[in-house]
Design a protein around this ligand. Structure first.
Ligand code: HXC
Length: 260
């Protein structure tokens, strides 16, 4: 897709992106680098990050990789420290690491529920908390990747719905508490986005054609749609936008278009 924004809108910024090796957040990380940012990408397994590092370096970008499980505060703190040691600062934090699978509530184990809440909600808090001093210093910002599952109700997704509702609460609370320190905190709630791990896991192929007909814009989202929303929110164009979770779903949730 042709670039919409100027090449240099994130020039000189350092972006720390969890889940930045693959999927939607991988696209966001790459788009940041294409617009001038230096990247630190984080995943549980370093091998999940190698392809993105190679891709970014191939177009002349900088990409530092760190292995950390966002559920473990010490590991997160260490990843933030390594990034600050490497680049000297952090300007943008993206919380994209997430877990998901389909499971009916009456089949879901407490540990299954807790695992997704730990990755999505506690992981988001851990990364925000550990990066506070660096963001206060840079007058930086946080972007939390959420979902629309919890706006109505999505069967087989009680764990993710609860987890993402918590992420949205974190976005709003921190925007108020940390806005005073010059830190903006926003989110993006993607709708059904094609070619993602989430969609592969959640959507049976035979339901795809049925679902697309229900999307008001008439197509599935693309990772580029989320990249563009992320570029807008993290750029100076959005310098007065704080505490917002921007829905990028073609209008799907308003129609109650469930994935099930
Ligand atoms: C039921 C499951 C399960 C499944 C795991 N569990 N998978 N329960 N159905 N398919 C349960 C396990 O039985 C266990 O509980 C508990 O969860 C922990 O499982 P582990 O495998 O030990 O955990 P872990 O290795 O930490 O892996 C967690 C994971 C993760 C959540 C399963 O591997 C994962 O999600 N990976 C996928 C990443 C992904 O898809 N990211 C994109 C997210 S998309 P017990 O009780 O047995 O101990 C997204 C967007 C949502 O978030 C919106 C879409 C529209």
């Amino acid at each position: 897709m042709d670039k919409i924004f100027a090449d240099n809108i994130l020039q000189g910024k350092v972006a720390f992106v969890t889940g930045g090796g693959t999927g939607i957040t991988g696209g966001v990380a790459r788009a940041f680098a294409e617009h001038g940012a230096k990247l630190a990408i984080v995943s549980r397994k370093i091998e999940n990050l190698e392809a993105m590092k190679a891709e970014v370096e191939a177009f002349g970008g900088e990409c530092f990789t760190v292995a950390a499980d966002v559920r473990e505060y010490e590991a997160v703190e260490n990843a933030i420290k390594q990034t600050v040691d490497h680049y000297g600062k952090i300007d943008i934090v993206v919380n994209g690491a997430a877990g998901n699978f389909l499971c009916a509530a009456d089949q879901l184990s407490p540990n299954g529920f807790g695992t997704v809440v730990d990755i999505d909600t506690k992981g988001t808090f851990n990364v925000c908390r550990a990066s506070f001093e660096a963001l206060k210093e840079s007058k930086g910002q946080i972007l939390n990747i959420s979902a629309t599952l919890h706006y109505l109700a999505t069967p087989m997704q009680i764990h993710v719905s609860a987890a993402k509702a918590g992420v949205d609460a974190i976005t709003r609370n921190l925007s108020v508490e940390w806005g005073r320190h010059g830190i903006r905190v926003n989110g993006i709630a993607p709708g059904p986005i094609e070619d993602t791990e989430g969609m592969k896991r959640l959507l049976m192929p035979e339901l795809k054609d049925k679902l697309v007909k229900k999307i008001p814009i008439g197509r599935f989202g693309r990772i580029a749609d989320i990249e563009n929303a992320a570029l807008f929110l993290t750029s100076d164009a959005a310098s007065y936008v704080n505490g917002v979770t921007l829905v990028v779903d073609g209008g799907s949730w308003l129609l109650g278009t469930s994935l099930m």
